[in-house]
Design a protein around this ligand. Structure first.
Ligand code: GAL
Length: 953
């Protein structure tokens, strides 16, 4: 349990003009499946020419040694702390390097940025020490051992498992090796070992304060502030611009000793919990946050600087203002980017002991005094490394580690070392050691109760009373696994209604799918079990707002809309536009406001709006722009876009939008029926429709082959339909149990009436008496073949329906899609905020959302009409008599359901189209609350009508 031997005291991670040498590159590598290979390799004379070569930094499992393994909560080894099995994959590393002559006589530090899970190192044959703490730096003094001008040999042994693994049970891939940079830092005489920048901002006077504490006397010069102070002095500067995530103002200075010059970026800001609220610079803030693991689909937790920047810019561009570094400190460069581009950070310690829950928390390291040093060491290494980042507004003790005295010791050490930042830890609901009340996946009702201060009491009245004074955050909510989550907007309403609810962090940023290839070379993203792991948790590792390749999933677009910092709406009673500012600090002067008028999705007029200054939290009223006359369904769209380029998005980037209906659609004229059914040796015909006389199903529309629409209720269950792993299959299992995936069809009669074909039928699952009575009435009106469907449930339906609508098939060549309705992206009843009314074009391929685990996806909602055409413009147009939902795929729902990876899906010879009256909501039941009652699709009498036309555009 002793975390380290021979390591230096933890300290700040900083750049400097002192010489340094990166040891990244190809290292000699020897892999053993078990512990116990000889230590012969540490000798400088050892011959490693026959060893393999492995890049550093990297994970060895991603280079063919051992295999990745994914577990959420369970340890993949027996729980007998601190022991680990003999089957302990071990990597021996060697590299040689030259040190410039100028280093002679200098002190030097060997720094490992991150080694999973432990290391033991030898330099030029001498053991320098050992360390645990995978996502934390370890440093060793090596000056005396270096041979400037000669060859130096560094040998490192890394084990996959160590006592430290008990503290690193985060829900992610187990991946080992030297996965962050290794560097050699020269320490000139009189250099700086460590420093701590203390700043504050007085929001009343506008004064900033600055004091530097350092390991050696030094001076800080900040030219922009005409400041030159010694360590220990406190400077007070009038009228500084404070740092916030909204305006991340940094002042650049240089901290210098005789031996070294260190660039320092200073952000003036104060974080407090005061009167029950978390405040930055005197104002309560609303956290629009996300949980971020470090992940690259090809390199695991070795993440390039470029990808870190991509994460931060994407977060900013999607209106996020905060990140929790779940569940370990990230590479420090990520924090530099948060300082620079503006994100509030909860920096979380590399600690999770969740697997002890499965053994009743017996032996939990969080409460066993023998582990105290190891836990406090982890906190110290994080706080010391990261203390100079203005973006960090809270320290988190870790994640899901139960409760216990060692957590208290971590908190106590941190409070003494850095009283300027509040503490967070969700795992101990008494909040005994922390400053904010934090929950994960609480449902809307519980959040509302907490907002009102009426939450369930704790058994200890003193702790309960204290917790009631704390601000509340959801450190995890909106589990973004697969399709969904539903319910973002209802959470946001609560955050905006109750001051105590200061927002939260969506789980999570990225799907951890590892890119792999099928034998034929088709790429796919692998999840738990794909590497043959005996113990694993499947695709629970793919629950991000972005796909493994860092493209946005619909959930990120939904979140962006829900948390937008400008609210644009209309006040129907006064006929005015309302523009609300939901930033915490800034006005809207960095935004430009544009409007567009569209009729049937076709732009008719556009203009610019002059918006006066709107203070944070306020709303202004504007007159409507002058709109030209129009006929047809028309919408006014107002967009708030960046007026100028920023570091994270160019001018013109849309930050927020609102849509206001300004003219309703023309109701369809009452159809003039003008065709009568014809029955002859060719079958049954009605206008352009040819029917099977026995089943009553449509076979063709004019020259188009159609496999006629039929009632259909199934959808390929989403991860949320399947519920949490402990839910026994969730709603999807109930659906299957009832047999909704294998409904039986019975035609009762096919009637030809004067001007209609009427089909009476019943759809029902086997083995039960519930069913859906259906009447399909076909008529012809104005060239269109109109189908009205009436559905009457029979019996008592024990579960909601997955969806309710029609399924039909059309020829594969009709792959071009155009529609007027909500889009451009997918939307379901509780995930539809980001979809705007417009006219959109796409292809069947592009309508699909490539969830890592294939499942229901790609629904377009509130569609007025849709057309599927071939490349000549010939095809099918569908008009809804009311709005309908629409999907088109090259496979059926059943095929979609059986696929395990996107690469399993192969186009069939038809396009399958679903036209739906309704969908059951999506919810967040994979981890969190299910579908809110208002989004439940209960079987009830339903009328639904669509009209089909053959088109030649
Ligand atoms: C939480 C945990 C996360 C993740 C999530 C589910 O309990 O803190 O690490 O496992 O659930 O995806």
């Amino acid at each position: 349990m002793e975390p380290n031997r021979g390591t230096r005291d933890p300290r700040a991670w900083f750049a400097s003009d002192a010489p340094q040498l990166s040891l990244a590159g190809q290292w000699a590598f020897r892999f053993s499946e078990r512990i116990g290979a000889s230590l012969d390799f540490v000798a400088p004379t050892y011959d490693d020419t026959r060893w393999d070569r492995l890049p550093v930094p990297s994970h060895w499992q991603l280079h063919g040694y051992g295999a990745p393994a994914y577990t959420n909560v369970r340890y993949p080894f027996p729980v007998e702390p601190p022991h680990v099995p003999d089957e302990n994959p071990t990597g021996d590393y060697r590299r040689t390097f030259a040190v410039p002559d100028e280093w002679a006589g200098l002190d030097a530090i060997l720094r490992f940025g991150g080694v999973d899970s432990c290391l033991r190192a030898w330099l030029n044959g001498e053991e320098i020490g050992s360390a645990q703490g995978s996502r934390l730096p370890s440093e060793f003094d090596v000056g005396a051992l270096l041979r400037p001008g000669a060859e130096n040999v560094l040998a490192v042994r890394v084990h996959q498992w160590s006592a430290g693994s008990y503290l690193e049970d985060q829900d992610m891939w187990w991946l080992s090796g030297i996965f962050r940079d290794v560097a050699l830092l020269a320490r000139p005489t009189a250099s700086l070992d460590d420093f701590f920048v203390h700043t504050g901002y007085d929001h009343v006077t506008g004064q900033g304060s600055l004091r530097i504490e350092a390991s050696a006397p030094a001076r800080l010069v900040v030219p922009e502030l005409a400041l030159d102070i010694a360590t220990g002095d406190t400077a007070r500067i009038d009228r500084v611009e404070p740092w916030s995530a909204e305006v991340p103002r940094l002042y650049h200075g240089t901290l210098a000793t005789h031996g070294e010059r260190v660039p320092v970026r200073i952000g003036f800001r104060t974080v407090v919990v005061e009167n029950g609220l978390l405040k930055v610079n005197g104002s309560p803030i609303l956290l629009r946050g996300v949980n971020r693991h470090e992940f690259d689909t090809d390199h695991g937790r070795t993440v390039s600087g470029e990808l870190m920047r991509r994460d931060v810019t994407m977060m900013k561009a999607h209106n996020l203002n905060a990140v929790r570094t779940s569940h370990y400190p990230p590479h420090p460069h990520f924090l530099d980017l948060c300082d620079e581009l503006g994100l509030y950070v909860i920096d979380e310690c590399d600690l999770e002991t969740h697997g002890f829950e499965r053994v009743g928390w017996r032996g939990n390291p969080a409460d066993d005094p023998r582990w105290e040093d190891a836990l406090v060491d982890r906190m110290r290494r994080m706080v010391e490394r990261d203390k100079n980042h203005p973006s960090i507004i809270m320290w988190s003790l870790g994640n899901e580690s139960g409760s216990g005295r060692n957590l208290a010791a971590m908190a106590q050490w941190t409070r003494l070392r850095d009283p300027s930042r509040p503490l967070h830890y969700e795992g101990d609901q008494t909040c005994a050691n922390v400053d904010v009340y934090s929950r994960m996946y609480a449902d809307h009702a519980e959040v509302e109760a907490i907002g009102q201060g009426t939450e369930e009491p704790l058994s200890d009245p003193a702790l309960d009373a204290r917790r009631r004074t704390l601000p509340f955050i959801l450190c995890e909510y909106g589990h973004a696994m697969g399709n969904g989550p539903g319910g973002f907007s209802e959470y946001q309403e609560l955050f905006e209604r109750y001051p105590r609810c200061q927002g939260g962090f969506v789980w999570e940023w990225i799907d951890h799918g590892l890119r792999q290839y099928t034998p034929e070379g088709r790429p796919f993203f692998a999840y738990g079990g794909d590497f043959g792991e005996p113990v694993h948790d499947g695709n629970f590792v793919a629950d991000g707002l972005i796909f493994p390749d860092r493209t946005a999933s619909p959930a990120l677009l939904e979140l962006k809309k829900v948390i937008e910092p400008v609210r644009i709406r209309a006040d129907a009673s006064t006929g005015t536009l309302l523009i609300g500012n939901r930033y915490d600090f800034r006005t809207l002067s960095h935004l430009a406001f544009n409007w567009t008028l569209e009729t049937e999705g076709v732009p008719l007029a556009a203009g610019h709006l002059d918006v006066p200054t709107v203070r944070p939290g306020r709303e202004v009223e504007l007159p409507f722009p002058q709109l030209p006359s129009r006929s047809g369904e028309s919408w006014l769209t107002v967009q708030a876009v960046l007026a100028a380029d920023t570091d994270w998005a160019p001018a013109g980037h849309e930050v927020a939008w609102g849509q206001i209906p300004v003219s309703p659609g023309q109701p369809l004229p009452p159809p003039r029926r003008h065709a009568s059914p014809v029955v002859d040796e060719n079958g049954l015909r009605l206008g352009p429709g040819a029917f099977d006389p026995i089943s009553g199903r449509l076979r063709a529309l004019g020259s188009l082959e159609v496999e006629g629409p039929r009632l259909d209720v199934w959808r390929a269950p989403t991860d949320n339909d399947r519920g949490a792993p402990e839910d026994g299959g969730g709603l999807a299992a109930q659906w299957r149990d009832l047999g909704l995936h294998r409904m039986r069809h019975r035609v009762i009669e096919v009637l030809t009436e004067n001007d209609a074909v009427v089909v009476h039928a019943r759809e029902a699952p086997a083995g039960t008496d519930v069913g859906l009575r259906t009447t399909y009435t076909w008529t012809v009106a104005d060239q269109m073949l109109v189908l009205s469907l009436v559905v009457m449930p029979e019996g008592t339906w024990p579960v909601p329906l997955p969806r309710l609508g029609l399924r039909l098939a059309v020829p594969a060549r009709l792959g071009k899609i155009e529609w007027f309705g909500r889009g451009p992206g997918e939307a379901y009843p509780d995930t539809r905020q980001a979809a705007r009314v417009g006219r959109f074009t796409s292809t069947v391929e592009d309508l699909q959302t490539p969830y890592v685990m294939p499942q229901e996806n790609g629904n377009r909602t509130e569609v007025r009409w849709a057309a599927l055409t071939d490349k000549h413009g010939h095809g099918l147009r569908i008009n809804g008599l009311a709005c309908f939902d629409f999907t088109a795929r090259r496979w059926t729902s059943e095929t979609l359901e059986t696929a395990q990876h996107a690469s399993d899906l192969r186009p069939s010879d038809r396009i399958w189209v679903n036209l739906d009256a309704a969908h059951h909501g999506i919810g967040s039941a994979a981890c969190g609350p299910g579908v809110l009652p208002r989004y439940r699709l209960d079987a009830r009498p339903t009328r639904f009508a669509v009209a089909f036309t053959e088109v030649d555009q």
